[in-house]
Ligand binder design. Sequence first.
Ligand SMILES: C[C@@H](N)C(=O)N[C@H](C)C(=O)O
Ligand SMILES: [Zn+2]
Length: 245
Amino acid sequence: TAAAHAAPASKAPADFVALSSVDPSIIQDMRYATKVNFIGRRIDGYREPLCILTRPAAEALHRAQAELLPRGYSLKVYDCYRPQRAVDHFVRWAKDLDDERMKAEFYPRVAKDRLFADGYIAEKSGHSRGSTVDLTIVELGSPSTGAAGGPARPVRPCYAPQGERRPDDSVDMGTGFDCFDTLAHTDDPRIEGVQRANRQFLKGTLAGEGFVNLPEEWWHFTYKPETYPDTYFDFPVAQRSLAAH
Ligand SMILES: C[C@@H](N)C(=O)N[C@H](C)C(=O)O
Ligand SMILES: [Zn+2]
């Protein structure tokens, strides 16, 4: 097997693009640039709430979006290219077993020291290779929720019914984004009816454009073939990291 390459450069290669330059209609709700995520702090390396991807992955999302818009739906991305320093932040956080500030919402039923072993977070992530994306589907016309905004509310598990868990304009996928729980497994048999149909709608639409789903997470997809199948980039998430800047 080919060795994994680290890429320390502070700039992205020329074939990385801002998704908004390829498709401005795809909604962006970049959780790791905010405190609304499983750590509860902004993640290292996310300088701006910006979706960056390799051009082929961005163009494939654009094709998927072109199928969804006439049907009254839009894609919404939660995470795209993820610098290695962000993954290192996840790893550091995971070792601090005393920090469970977001457990009650994001991983109530999984021990913190199992999150990597159970496949919910990776020490070497496909996101750092630039062709992996976390995303959902939004029905056009739904009131935008904005992850970081909204009034204070009681904390509820990410697998609580849609009307009880953290507000999100996503169609009902049965859990929220980054819900580290077996209920987030794409084909979990307890997910039925509209929720199962919504997961299949997302997976089927993206599969048609070359994306492969991670079975542990209904929201996680990798475009194949990857432009950089074994390079883990570390440039920050910022416009100025991109060649066109
Ligand atoms: C952390 C979550 N959003 C995710 O992307 N998990 C996979 C396994 C990864 O870290 O690559
Ligand atoms: Zn992911």
